[in-house]
Design a protein around this ligand. Structure first.
Ligand SMILES: [Ca+2]
Ligand SMILES: [Ca+2]
Length: 428
């Protein structure tokens, strides 16, 4: 342990020490005050070892050091001779620190009288305190502005390792969108179905897209005019948070997350592992119903007959999709499995409806039949009976042709899948 020094026990040195600490943010003044604290001691009173440290000389050579300092007083202070009173072994200044000290004149006060040094140190301390106060505004003024709660949550998710490299600040959308009454063309032509096969061949395992694939799209035939009255449709897929309110009310059944699906049990993502009856029960509890197949297609394609909710051209960054491959998951859109609802704003319809392509495929009200009824229809509700219900929109395990607004899926109403959810509609 080094011996105690005067600079750490005298009132003068105590004040200058405080000045050094206070002015830490103003490096020049800090070093200046520090040099004063060191140099107020006559050189001969400093223990030989510390004097040696001060000058950067070897131990046992204080006289040589003193001579060296006198020379330096009229020249320059070498970069490597600075030291610290509180550091043992001595602190060898970095070049930039030495440069700062030289600019502060530290090398030119070491031989001044103690009285003069006392006055100079006091003045320097007061200046340091004053400027430190100016340089350090109140903590309130330095506090970073608070982000909106949604941005804070996104940043927290990013810190937790999830993908959230871009934080989009925007006003939340409405819970539902009103679709005005009118007619549109439902279904696909043979040309459109041939194009769907072309899209299929662009998938990683496109060699699997053969005649059978084309036949699977034939259930979109034939295009027919449909008139729909005004209706409301949810802007997003029903989330876990919303569904849990129905569960808490004792109306809806708990999805079977506990049997291996815990990672899907997050409030901001679509509820999955729900049967058609689960979906219908929720929508009735929420004051609505499942959309009809025609309503769903009208919402996705508009009156212009868009191929995708956002337009006519496929864009892999506009939907949380999968791919036709041995591994059906695809995180090139930012999400390997479920995405929080409304994550891909660019994929929103012109009406403002999110995730009608991808994320989760969605139960609709109709029974499934592989052929549409011929002729035009008004507010069609599908077959009166059937073994399966219709699914729409594709999901995070499906590629581009199945994300088209006209594509039709189907499954048993009692089935539950990790990529399947729903949204609700209401009469206007
Ligand atoms: Ca994806
Ligand atoms: Ca969807």
């Amino acid at each position: 342990m080094p011996p105690p020094t005067k600079s750490t026990s005298s009132p003068l040195s105590s004040a200058s020490c405080s000045a050094s600490i206070t002015a830490a943010s103003t490096s020049a003044l800090t070093v200046f005050a520090l040099s004063i604290r060191v140099d107020i001691e006559p050189l001969e009173s400093i223990a030989p070892r510390r004097a040696a440290h001060f000058c950067g000389a070897s131990r046992g050579a204080p006289q040589k050091c003193a001579a060296r300092r006198r020379v330096e007083r009229s020249t320059r202070c070498p970069a490597a001779v600075m030291t610290s009173e509180t550091t043992d072994p001595p602190h060898r200044a970095k070049p930039e620190e030495a440069e700062t000290v030289r600019e502060a004149g530290a090398c030119y006060v070491s031989d001044m009288r103690p009285a003069a040094l006392f006055t100079l140190a006091t003045v320097a301390s007061l200046v340091a305190f004053s400027l430190a106060g100016v340089a350090a505004p109140p903590s309130r003024a330095r506090r970073a502005p608070r982000l909106p709660a949604r941005a804070e949550a996104a940043l927290s998710a990013s810190a937790a390792g999830e993908r959230a490299s871009v934080v989009a600040l925007r006003a939340p959308g409405p819970p539902a969108v009103l679709v005005r009454a009118g007619s549109f063309t439902m279904g696909s032509s043979e040309v459109e179905i041939a194009h769907a096969v072309t899209l299929c061949k662009l998938e990683p395992a496109g060699e699997l897209c053969v005649d059978e694939t084309e036949a699977s799209f034939a259930n979109e035939l034939v295009p027919h005019e449909v008139y729909l009255s005004d209706f409301w449709i949810d802007r997003t897929e029903v989330t876990v948070a919303s569904y849990r309110r129905c569960v808490s009310a004792g109306v809806c059944a708990e999805p079977p997350y506990a049997s291996g699906g815990q990672r899907f049990d997050r409030p901001e993502v679509p509820v999955v592992l729900v049967s058609w009856s689960d979906a219908q029960r929720y929508c009735v509890w929420a004051g609505g119903r499942l959309p009809t197949e025609a309503e769903w297609e009208r919402a996705a394609r508009g009156v212009a007959g868009r191929r995708y909710p956002w337009g006519h051209v496929y864009n892999p960054f506009h939907a949380n999709h999968g791919r036709l491959s041995f591994d059906e998951l695809d995180d090139s859109d930012g999400f390997l499995e479920l995405a929080p609802v409304g994550s891909l704003v660019a994929g929103r319809t012109p009406d403002g409806i999110d995730d009608l392509a991808g994320n989760v495929e969605e139960w609709v009200a109709d029974y499934y039949h592989p052929e549409y009824p011929s002729g035009s229809a008004k507010n069609p509700r599908g077959p009166d009976m059937g073994e399966e219900r219709v699914l729409r929109g594709g999901s995070y395990i499906l590629g581009r042709p199945w994300l088209r607004g006209a594509a039709r899926g189907h499954d048993s109403p009692t089935s539950r899948r990790a990529w399947r959810g729903f949204r609700c509609a209401r009469d206007a």
